[in-house]
Design a protein around this ligand. Sequence first.
Ligand code: AMP
Ligand code: MG
Length: 416
Amino acid sequence: VKAIEMLRTPEEALEEVIAAAEPLRPARLPLARAFGRALAEDVAADIDLPPFDKALMDGYAVRSSDLAGADRRLRIGETVTAGRMPSRPIGPREAAVITTGAPLPPEADCVVMHERTRTEGGGVLIDQDDVRPGQNRLVRGREMRAGEIVVSRGARLTAARIGLLASVGRAEVSVVPCPTVAVVPTGDELVAIDRVPGPGQIRNSNSVMLQACAAEAGAIAETLPIAPDEPGPLRATLEQGLSRDLLLITGGVSAGHLDLVPDALESLGVTRVFHKVRLKPGKPLWFGLGPSRPGRPRTLVFGLPGNPVSSLVCFLLFVKPALARLAGLPLPGSGGVEARLGRGFTQRGDRPTYFPARIIDEAAGDRPSPALTVETLDWAGSADLRSVAAADGFAIFPAGDREFRQGEIVRFLPVR
Ligand code: AMP
Ligand code: MG
């Protein structure tokens, strides 16, 4: 009987990653560059918004009490356009011509839209018979009062929040900056993707894939040159990568005699937190912390397995949450959602398995939950990226030998 290795579970490994990661130090950025970042301060309104009682329609500003009876005719007074102030209150049985966004004159309590009026003999006839106070008027301070917090610390800056911050005059904001990532591919067999591989060689598909993963997670990633399986050059490239907030290495962390990454990292003062996780694919994962850096947290260092699917799964489960922590953003859920198996599956081994699967049915409604039905794909293992590219996510099967029947419920981690 094979002895069961006492490896960390993915949950334990994630906990260690999260505990090691801390948000980057806030920086002031022009608002136009703050999209997607976490706000690092509470922002209060500097003025009431709207700053005056504001017309919401083109039409006539009136006193609703003038229109309570049968007489629908009003005198036309001054014209108030957006950007100008009325010069005087409106008088009894008077209407001011007004445009959307203009301040209502004092005494006017509502706006009758242009379409419900007719001009006649120098006056205006109001066709609308249910004119009520407040119609088509946005009262001063209705949106916000000066001094109120309108966006709180920690909020992710969406397009609407960027607009809101602009409307309270915040041309610059304090945010948690974008984490910087270096990707270091390792392996003597790797060639650039624009080359035809020679005998025994393969294209470096991991770098661009992980760069895309990092971009999707809101980080700025840069790929360093391919490092060969030689201690000297490998060490030099890794050292360069340690200047970033997060270093993503692929390959060289398994048990082969050319898996030189752990030793190279430790020789650079990177402290190992863990090596290997009870996970399939992704078992060889290495995680550590770089030397201390002035004014910045220690670099988070991930040695991802070289096989493309292993590195992708490790990114989803561990690197993505780490980037969210660095960026001060809420952690993405990595436990997946419930899904029904559209066909049976045989699970073998002592590691939880993330198996590429596609959604075959997402009809909700009268059927019992979950609404999602998924089907595992024909997958050749951790080197087979093609099935993963066709997948909608990964079906998660717990460790242990077991037959899963069609219709059974499992967890499913979507990737789209
Ligand atoms: P390693 O973890 O270095 O033992 O690599 C495991 C497998 O992943 C080997 O078959 C490598 O050729 C492959 N591999 C390593 N790095 C990459 C990469 N950057 N792109 C594609 N495949 C890779
Ligand atoms: Mg290798």
